[in-house]
Design a protein around this ligand. Sequence first.
Ligand SMILES: Cc1cc2nc3c(=O)[nH]c(=O)nc-3n(C[C@H](O)[C@H](O)[C@H](O)COP(=O)(O)O)c2cc1C
Length: 249
Amino acid sequence: MTHETTPTEGADAEAFGALAASRHSVRSFRPDPVPQEVLDAILDDTRQAPSWSNTRPFMLALATGARAERLRAAYVAEFDRALPVVRKQRGALARLVLTGNAPDGDYRPWAPYPKDLLPHSQKVGKALYTHLGIARGDRAAREEAARASCRAFNAPVVGFVLIHKGLMPFAALDAGLMLQTLFLSAKAHGVDSCPLGVLATWRRPLDAEFDVPKNYHLVTGFALGYASDDPVNDFRAERRPVQLVAPKD
Ligand SMILES: Cc1cc2nc3c(=O)[nH]c(=O)nc-3n(C[C@H](O)[C@H](O)[C@H](O)COP(=O)(O)O)c2cc1C
């Protein structure tokens, strides 16, 4: 028997499609805080995500107010210390290591992309810089854009996703399912978001503010808040269809 769509299901599907399409990465936030009851409602929705054998092998750390400000300052300081390496200055990496300032993240967000995926990353980066009017050779403007991401784009909520290192790769998968549920619920509550992998480059700032259990690794940060009217938020990335593996004849 085939399933017949009921009128409510039809309306829900349309509403869901609109909600999913309306979520996008916001890169400039207003300072207005997200009310605690709104955050609580979003976190409550986040419980609805499935997880591997119901283990929920992830945790969130959420910073607001003075803690979020300290984190912004600490991440920008890490970024600025690492700049000579980003600029490929001779001996910069050795100096960073010798001074105890090497990136101490659990993973390496800066690691080279696989060859077949690199063009997609380059394409969105180029499109975003073009949207911002940043020329290819304008290193200062590019660095400032990267610095803004270390400030979590001034979002009132700076979040961190931690995954249980004993249940990989499923913990990372579950955290992704959880995070998208969180982002969609946030959007339904009028709250915008941006995932921030760049924050996983360093652990020190997070560890100075939160007691992260030893068996949890930092996989990404994220920002939550209300989009400002800065033109950066008019940028839309291309949304390619999910690739389907060709079935065998
Ligand atoms: C795990 C993860 C980490 C990300 N890290 C960053 C980041 O550090 N800085 C940034 O500006 N965008 C970051 N993004 C946003 C992506 O660039 C964005 O999702 C993609 O370009 C598609 O755009 P959309 O989210 O607006 O649909 C990240 C996305 C994901 C899923």
